[in-house]
Write a protein that binds this ligand. Sequence first.
Ligand SMILES: [Ca+2]
Ligand SMILES: [Ca+2]
Length: 336
Amino acid sequence: MDIKRLASLLCVFALASGCALTGTGGQGAKVSILTDLDPASAERTVIVESIAADKQGRLYLPDRASGNILRVDPKAPKAAAVARIEAREIKGKKVNADAGGIEFSPQGDLFIAAGPFNEVVRIRGADLNPQKPGKAETFATGAEGANGITFDKQGNLYIAGGRNGKVYRVGPGGGSAQVVAEIATFTRTLPDGKTQQTIVANGIAFDAKGILHVADTARGAIWKIAVAGDGKAGKPQMLAENPLLEGADGLAFDKTGKLWVVANERNALLAVTPDGKVEEVAKNDSKGPLEFPSAIVVVGNTGYISNFDNPRRDNMDANGKTALDGIGASIAQVTP
Ligand SMILES: [Ca+2]
Ligand SMILES: [Ca+2]
């Protein structure tokens, strides 16, 4: 028996102390707060929907409220603005980028989905600078509802289109995004009987074999899509559909191949096995540490989670209106 297998078995017997990110998953993974992004407030003065990491393990989060791209070094977690996405004037109205997915290309440039622009924008790696914050420029166009983004090994960018269910692709040079796959639209009504959830193509990530995985927030499901080198994609196949996945938003594979999914409206972190079993790793009420978790990135053995803190379902205060419980916009961490 090799060390890893032995460690796995020990994890099974030691449920209490989260062996989650070492490959077995399981209840009891410890979630804590790495940093509060607006320490003076529990209101939404900072709004982060996504998180990425560079090769040194520093974290990047676009803030919808300011347009700034924040950088946080987990070893000294104070946020610094290293770039910006300027608002635009569209048809005479000021439109914010409302940044969604964020991801580094294999070359080290930073890309961010800007749904209201129907674009993915780019900031060159060399321009990520707290002294002189870089400015985002158009990279991919025609990506309606641009939400989750990810790169394949060849540097092609894949973009999830949110409620339209489309998955777009654009080559390493950017330009007009082409639809390569489509998930059927769907609407779910939440337990309050009125809130509607319509996003079917949210977070996206490739597994080690190059199969694209897409989080379906509305159904509470994960889809798999086989993509060939030329961009030809197969029909989406459902990997898992489960009430635990209602609100499935960001997702990421760890180095053992385990898929981690945050379910935003349930304040929960799930693990999904390659055969589609769904396991709840962590869940809490409106007081945190998960506060409408929207995305996860894995660095080594640690998962870092952006807390979007939207007032909805299990993240809502007892008044059924606000999400002032907890600390608000923040980065949570989950450690083995
Ligand atoms: Ca706060
Ligand atoms: Ca809150």
